[in-house]
Design a protein around this ligand. Structure first.
Ligand code: FPP
Length: 258
């Protein structure tokens, strides 16, 4: 029987990683899973560590979740790594996040290639340190022909910025006579977003228990199923991903119908 959204069936919660994985593989998969990776700071401070230690540990969860998503055949995984609002954090934390990112993308390239992961970034390129951008571009190019998991990293990303940028593109097309105002519809607006060509997320996971969307993929998640776990991102494991997917597979998606 379909369950109400937000209630994970007790029989799923008792299963281990392998059993959940088998169960996930026996049903239709979500094509696109998006994750708000929250709770790094709290994970660290609850252990008496500096907040940045939580981000370092969070990178390990990124690695294991990318691997797990690819292994079961999820097509798209979008991770919220750095929001346009995150620039307002203390400068030490911002620079640690930048250098973690810089080091991680270089270090992970062999594994991305071995798993045929295609890496892309969504977000505004301006404002990103030149060296970080250079390394991102390198990994995007190197993985462009890969045919496995599409890994999208939301970096310097804000959904409102994305919608504003899409409106500017369409407004330019109108001003230059390529498009009539009445030709603007959901499909054209969708194509002007950073996620052009990517199916809308079927499932959005948020860790660390907060019940908010934090300016993430606001256009794309109109009919996305939500799954929130109290687990903090550094403690999030493949089993948690499979639990979220197994829960999703029991949902009754109606897209506004009865
Ligand atoms: C939220 O935790 C997490 C972030 C702002 C950044 C996420 C970044 C990583 C997991 C590491 C780098 C990523 C990649 C892809 C290499 P928070 O600091 O807001 O936690 P809090 O809410 O407990 O303070």
């Amino acid at each position: 029987m379909p369950l109400k959204s937000g209630v994970t069936a007790p029989e799923l919660s008792t299963l281990g990683e392998r059993e959940l994985r088998e169960r996930v593989l026996s049903r239709p998969l979500p094509r696109h899973v998006a994750i708000i990776m929250d709770g790094n700071g709290r994970w660290a401070t609850s252990r008496g560590l500096p907040r940045v230690a939580g981000h370092g540990e969070g990178v390990k969860s990124v690695r294991s979740v990318v691997r797990a998503a690819g292994e079961v055949g999820i097509e798209y995984l979008t991770l919220y790594a750095f929001s346009s609002e995150n620039w307002n954090r203390p400068s030490h934390e911002v620079s640690t996040l930048m250098s973690l990112l810089e080091r991680s993308i270089d270090r992970e390239l062999p594994e991305l290639m071995a798993r045929s992961v295609r890496f892309r970034v969504i977000g505004r390129p301006n404002g990103v340190p030149a060296e970080v951008q250079r390394r991102i571009d390198h990994v995007v190019e190197a993985t462009a022909a890969n045919t496995g998991l599409n890994l999208l990293m939301a970096f310097n990303y804000g959904a409102r910025d994305e919608i504003v940028d899409a409106c500017r593109r369409l407004a330019r097309d109108v001003a230059e006579g390529r498009l009539g105002p009445e030709q603007i519809d959901e499909v054209r607006l969708g194509r002007a977003l950073y996620t052009d060509g990517v199916p809308d997320p079927d499932l959005l996971i948020r860790t660390s228990g907060e019940m908010r969307l934090s300016n993430f993929l606001l256009w794309q998640i109109a009919y996305t199923e939500l799954w929130v776990t109290p687990t903090r991102w550094p403690d999030f494991e493949p089993r948690d991903l499979y639990l979220a997917v197994a829960d999703f597979q029991q949902r009754d998606r109606r897209f506004g119908r009865v």
